[in-house]
Write a protein that binds this ligand. Sequence first.
Ligand SMILES: Nc1ncnc2c1ncn2[C@@H]1O[C@H](COP(=O)(O)OP(=O)(O)O)[C@@H](O)[C@H]1O
Ligand SMILES: [Mg+2]
Length: 379
Amino acid sequence: MEIDQRSDLYSLGAIFYEIITGNLPLIVNDLVEWTHAHLARKIETPENFNPSIPTIISRIIMRLLEKAPEDRYQSAYGLLEDLKECKRQITLKGAIEPFPIAHKDVSANFHLPKKLYGRYKDRIVLKEAFDYVCDGHAAIVLVSGYPGIGKTMLVNECLKSFVQEKGHFIAGKFDQLKQSIPYAPISAAFANLVKRLMTENQEILEAWKKKILHALGRNGTVITEFIPELEWIIGKQNPIDLLSPKETENRFQMVFRDFVMALSGKEYPLVIFLDDLQWADSSSLHLLRYLSQDANLQYILFIGAYRENEVDENHALTDMLTEFNKGKVFFRHISLLPIEKKQILEMITETLHTGNENITGLVETLYRKTAGNPFFLEV
Ligand SMILES: Nc1ncnc2c1ncn2[C@@H]1O[C@H](COP(=O)(O)OP(=O)(O)O)[C@@H](O)[C@H]1O
Ligand SMILES: [Mg+2]
């Protein structure tokens, strides 16, 4: 979860809550419970606590304490405007009548509309892979292309919409400067999934716990060492035997395989997007290769993206491509091309709200200057 000004607004909500009700919004016993409570537990409204608290004040505080940052106030400005209105009414009438809150709330950050233009054939490849996975198989899709061509956006936009009905989409990104830390983005992606599962109710969490513990057996620590957040669900695990580095890697691969199998299923296919694979550490690549040889994986889609121009024949990924082609898991490779003139036209029309005839010159120039690379189009 990312932290921004809306986290501060949440904290402010907690402070207001305590000032006005005399109680904390959430009361728990230990650290693990805190996380679960913040993510999932319903907060009683201040008005419920004390009916003499004006409805509107209660609503304002509850908006600050929303679980999802996008449901909170987006700016302190929006909050301040509402508080000023409360003060005005109190001064004028001695009471506050309910009014629509967050009316003047605007996000402090400027967001360009994010929309995926074109890419129709590539979307179909991704959709087919996803449908195939939903039918009880596993698949690997690699997306390659120049930096800025739109790999990350294509995968994010498509897969987020596919999993909306069912499934989990998790993502991690390899970092050029962190290649010495094995599996870092994979563990980050799964830590996020754990956080998402923590928002489920106790009964569902218990079911996950059982399923995961069953899959991991006595090897729980193999995974919790690498995703400590998992202890929130399955608790502390017993120590494991110390093995040689090679054996440790082999054990990790096997246990990880069982772990992802436990996390995926017919009702919740799992999509794992690993971005910037050109910078992947060798353990992560070994892991992917190991998984690509497993004919029994089900309901799992691996997507990788990498910069074509940074992967030559000596790069470890080149061997992987051959392995994936020979592997037991369904494999597709999308090589992203520049976007077409048609799409630039569409983009410009929608951004500038003007008709086609005025902008053909602009489109020509942009197409020539950017060679259809959407990143350069934006800057
Ligand atoms: N098909 C597209 N339609 C609209 N914008 C796009 C498209 N592809 C990429 N972009 C924009 O171009 C920029 C670069 O895309 P990104 O996916 O980050 O490229 P890559 O991952 O290949 O380096 C992003 O800001 C993205 O929003
Ligand atoms: Mg990218």
